[in-house]
Design a binder for this molecule. Structure first.
Ligand SMILES: *[C@@H]1O[C@H](CO)[C@@H](O)[C@H](O)[C@H]1NC(C)=O
Ligand SMILES: *[C@@H]1O[C@H](CO)[C@@H](O)[C@H](O)[C@H]1NC(C)=O
Ligand SMILES: *[C@@H]1O[C@H](CO)[C@@H](O)[C@H](O)[C@H]1NC(C)=O
Length: 463
C-alpha cells in the first residue's frame, strides 16, 4: 500500500496531456473515471476521483471526488464543495453523508434522493494535505498548516484539476461549504479574483457558506444566547457566560493553554447544564447521529471526544476504509493507516480561527460575486444569530439596501426557512429544522435553497 508509484502517476499525467491534445475522446476512458463503487446502484452519471499534485516534485497531493450532474452535465454549473474542521473530509462528510449521490448502508450504497448532483456537477476536495486520502510524503508538511497555505494549495488544486478536466474550464463555477469553510472559501475566492484581474482563469459565479465561521467573536459568542433561548442553560449561567467569561474568551484561552479559573468555572457550569446528551450541532437531536459530524472540533474543543465516545458504529468510516472501495476510488493511504473523517496528523494553526473573513466576503460582494450565507437553525455551534448579524454588517458596510425584506421561503408546502436579500447580491437564509450539516438533516430544503442560489434567484419559489 505504501509503495509509491510515481511512475504510474507520471504516466497518468501523460495520458491526460495526450487526451487533451487529441481533444475530448469519449471512447478512451479518463484515467480517473470510477468504473463502479462497491455496492453502488446503477446510475446514469459518471464519477471520477484521484489526485492532483500541488507541488512540482509531486510530494504533496490533494484527493478529489467528482460527480457529474445527473442530467446534461455540459450545461450545468460546477460546484466545489468544502467541509471544515479545519482538517475534516469533504469526501466523508459532504459527499457520503450530506449532499452527494450515495450514502453507505451496511455493505451497499443507497441513493440520496436529494443529491446536489441533480442540479450541478459536484467536486468534493479533501484539503489540506493530511486530510482523508490527501497526502504529503514528508510529514513536515502537516506541521503549522494555516489558512494561507490551505488557500494556496486549494488554488493550485483547482488549476491542476482544470488540466484534467479542461471541458469544465469555462463552466459557471460556484464554491460552497460549511463551518470552517467560512475561512477556506472566501480566502480561496479572494486569490481567484486576484488572478482573474490579470487573466480571467476562473469563471466564479457565486459562493454559498453554511453555518460558517466568519468572525470569531460574533460567531462564538452567539452561543450563549442560543443556549439560553433554547432552554439549555439557566438564567444565572447565561449571565456568567456573557459577562464573566464568554465563549470566544474561553476558546482563545484554551488554544493558548491558559484557561483562567473563571472561564473554567463558567464552562463547567455550561457543560453540566447543557449535558453531554444533546447534540450541539442540532440541539433537538439525541447524541450520536454519526461520528462523522465532528467537523467543528476546533470550534467546540471539548465536544468531539464526547461524540466519539458514544458513537461506535459508523457507516461512512467503515465504507471508506474498505480496500475494494479504496481501489475503486484510486485512493491510497500514504503515511496513515486508516482513512479518518477528521485528520489526526494535521497540525493546523488553531489560532487562525481568530482571523475574520466576513470582510473578505464583503470584498467578494463588492467585486460582483453573489454570496449566500445560510444557517441550519438548530445548530448551536455556529448559530444563525451570529451569521445573520455578520451578513447585515457586511451589507451595511457596503451600503447595500435590503432588496427582499426578511420573510419566509417555502419548500413544498412547508416553510423552508426565512431569508433576507441585500442589494440583490448578498443573501442570508435559514434552513428550518436543520443542523450544522444542513444537507444531512434537511436534504430537501437544502437542495431547494441551493437550486435557487445556482439559478441566481436568491429565493426559492413561494408556494
Ligand atoms: C522534510 O522537510 C523538511 C523541511 O522542509 C526537510 O528539512 C527534510 O529534509 C525533509 N525530509 C525529507 C525526508 O525529505
Ligand atoms: C468577550 O470577552 C472578551 C474578553 O473578555 C471581550 O473583549 C469581548 O467584548 C466579549 N464579547 C462579548 C460579545 O461579550
Ligand atoms: C439605499 O436607501 C437609502 C435610503 O432609502 C437611499 O438614500 C439610497 O440611495 C439607497 N441606495 C441604493 C444603492 O439604492
Amino acid at each position: 500500500m505504501h509503495s509509491q508509484t510515481w511512475k504510474s502517476m507520471a504516466m497518468a499525467a501523460l495520458v491526460v496531456q495526450l487526451s487533451i491534445s487529441m481533444g475530448v475522446d469519449s471512447s478512451s476512458p479518463h484515467p480517473d473515471k470510477i468504473v463502479r463503487l462497491p455496492g453502488q446502484p446503477h446510475v446514469g452519471f459518471q464519477q471520477f476521483s484521484g489526485y492532483v499534485t500541488v507541488d512540482n516534485n509531486e510530494h504533496r497531493a490533494l484527493f478529489y471526488y467528482f460527480v457529474e450532474a445527473e442530467i446534461d452535465p455540459e450545461s450545468r454549473p460546477l460546484v466545489l464543495w468544502l467541509n471544515g474542521g479545519p482538517g475534516c473530509s469533504s469526501l466523508g462528510l459532504g459527499a457520503f453523508s450530506e449532499n452527494g449521490p450515495f450514502r453507505p448502508e451496511g455493505r451497499v450504497l443507497i441513493r440520496n434522493e436529494h443529491s446536489w448532483n441533480r442540479e450541478a456537477n459536484m467536486l468534493y476536495l479533501e484539503t489540506p494535505v493530511g486530510v482523508g486520502f490527501s497526502y504529503a510524503t514528508n510529514s513536515s508538511s502537516f506541521v503549522a498548516v494555516d489558512d494561507e497555505a490551505t488557500a494556496r494549495d486549494n488554488l493550485l488544486f483547482l488549476q491542476g484539476w482544470f488540466h484534467k478536466f479542461p471541458q469544465y474550464r469555462s463552466t459557471d463555477l460556484f464554491i460552497a461549504g460549511e463551518s470552517y469553510a467560512g475561512h477556506y472559501i472566501p480566502q480561496l475566492a479572494k486569490l481567484m479574483i486576484g488572478i482573474n484581474k490579470k487573466e480571467k482563469l476562473f469563471n466564479l459565479k457565486g459562493i454559498a457558506l453554511g453555518n460558517p465561521v466568519l468572525d470569531f467573536a460574533t460567531d462564538l459568542n452567539s452561543r450563549a444566547e442560543y443556549f439560553w433561548s433554547h432552554g439549555l442553560i439557566s438564567d444565572s449561567t447565561y449571565k456568567m457566560f456573557t459577562s464573566a467569561c464568554n465563549y470566544s474568551r474561553y476558546v482563545s484561552e484554551y488554544y493558548r493553554d491558559s484557561v483562567s479559573s473563571i472561564c473554567s468555572i463558567v464552562m463547567n457550569q455550561v457543560n453540566t447544564e447543557t449535558s453531554r446528551f444533546v447534540d450541539k450541532y442540532d440541539v433537538t437531536l439525541d447524541v450520536c447521529v454519526s461520528t462523522v459530524f465532528s467537523q467543528s472540533k476546533f470550534i467546540s474543543p471539548k465536544q468531539v471526544s464526547e461524540r466519539i465516545d458514544v458513537c461506535i458504529e459508523d457507516e461512512t468510516v467503515n465504507y471508506l476504509n474498505r480496500k475494494d472501495v479504496r481501489r475503486a476510488l484510486h485512493a491510497r493511504l500514504i503515511g496513515v493507516r486508516r482513512w479518518e473523517v477528521c485528520s489526526n496528523i494535521l497540525d493546523y494553526e488553531f489560532l487562525n480561527i481568530e482571523i475574520p473573513t466576513f470582510n473578505i466576503v464583503g470584498s467578494l460582494v463588492k467585486a460582483g460575486i453573489p454570496v449566500l450565507v445560510y444557517s441550519g437553525d438548530q445548530d448551536s455551534v455556529i448559530p444563525l444569530t451570529g451569521s445573520r448579524t455578520l451578513v447585515h454588517r457586511v451589507a451595511k458596510e457596503l451600503g447595500l439596501n435590503t432588496t427582499v425584506p426578511y420573510r419566509v421561503w417555502f419548500a413544498g408546502k412547508q416553510v423552508g426557512g426565512w431569508t433576507q436579500v441585500y442589494g440583490n447580491i448578498l443573501s442570508f437564509a435559514t434552513i428550518r429544522g436543520a443542523s450544522h450539516e444542513a444537507p444531512f438533516s434537511q436534504p430537501e430544503r437544502s437542495l431547494m435553497l441551493f437550486k435557487s442560489f445556482l439559478e441566481g434567484k436568491h429565493l426559492p419559489e413561494i408556494f
